[in-house]
Write a protein that binds this ligand. Structure first.
Ligand SMILES: [Zn+2]
Length: 94
């Protein structure tokens, strides 16, 4: 039953900029989209990245620093422990 190529949230976070820039390999893109079907957290994450891009006009690797990625992965773990109460990943507060 297990799919060896199943994408983890961590990998999705790593690939999100390439996905949005459409520079992802077709195989990775397919795995990315497959993951989104099963993982509402990553859908929310992707949506927030899109909003960030709309706000900033662009997104670079520097905007997604290693620390930010680690924070997100911690949030994903918390989401799995508790029922989701809505997105807790915020962009720059207004
Ligand atoms: Zn995920």
């Amino acid at each position: 039953m297990s799919i060896p190529s199943e994408m983890a949230c961590k990998e999705l976070v790593e690939l999100v900029t390439e996905y949005l820039e459409e520079t992802l390999l077709p195989t990775d893109r397919q795995r990315f989209e497959e993951h989104l079907k099963d993982c509402p957290h990553c859908v929310i994450y992707l949506d927030q990245i899109r909003q960030t891009i709309r706000t900033l006009g662009r997104l670079t690797e520097e905007d997604l620093s290693e620390n930010a990625k680690q924070d997100l992965l911690r949030i994903f773990r918390d989401w799995k422990k508790e029922p989701p109460t809505g997105p807790t990943v915020t962009c720059d507060p207004k």
